[in-house]
Design a protein around this ligand. Structure first.
Ligand code: VGL
Ligand code: ZN
Length: 201
């Protein structure tokens, strides 16, 4: 039951779900594990089910780096090697219930010399969203303080309404409050934070 007074949000035509980088390397045991990153999976599965039920499009992004990517520490970057294209670590989390028939996949960070936190950076995501008549993005996944943050900001800049799935994101927190600050920044820039219980069935 939904508590009285809690605002509800109704899905409609023009909405799309963007699942950011829910890949093995970002989960506990992975090479760039996000603390409690796996917590997002059951929550995202509920959002996924709602989008499937409404027949709305789902976009899943994958960090997809060449083995010599510039963001990797051996090549001068800040991160341990992660999400190498085609590797087990780059695969979607097996428990994530992406519908085969309505999920479109976007790969990012595919060039050795260029990093891309945003799902819009160097991809055709904007064109694919426009082609489907999408105007509002529901964004969740990993990590709050990097790829979710940059994807939300680019989505807002490109003119989309953005709904932040506040219960389906987790942060790397290189500094302990990076995730909180990223959430505040997204909201300050116009993203609307929601939680599952605010989504009308
Ligand atoms: C990410 C660090 C490096 C992310 C990707 O998906 O948030 N973070 N590459
Ligand atoms: Zn990366």
């Amino acid at each position: 039951m939904r508590p009285l007074g809690v605002q509800t949000l109704i899905l409609s035509q023009g909405d799309a779900l963007i699942v950011v980088d829910v890949q093995n390397d970002f989960l506990p045991g992975g090479s760039l594990a996000v603390p409690r990153g796996d917590d997002v999976i059951p929550v995202l599965n509920r959002y996924l089910a709602a989008f499937v039920r409404w027949g709305l499009p789902i976009f899943a992004t994958r960090d997809w780096h060449p083995p010599n990517h510039c963001s990797f520490q051996p090549y001068g970057g800040p991160w341990p090697p992660h999400c190498v294209a085609g590797s087990a670590g780059a695969a979607f989390a097996p428990a994530l219930e992406l519908p085969a028939s309505s999920t479109l996949i976007t790969l990012k960070g595919t060039q050795p010399e260029q990093d891309a936190y945003s799902a819009f950076d160097g991809t055709d995501l904007d064109a694919r969203l426009r082609a489907q008549g999408v105007g509002r993005l529901f964004v969740g996944g990993l990590a709050t303080d990097y790829c979710v943050l940059c994807t939300v900001e680019d989505g807002l800049k490109a003119g989309y309404a953005v709904v932040l799935l506040q219960d389906a994101i987790r942060a790397v927190n290189v500094r302990p409050d990076d995730g909180e600050r990223a959430e505040a920044e997204m909201i300050q820039r116009g993203a609307i934070p929601i939680r599952l219980e605010m989504l009308a069935a």
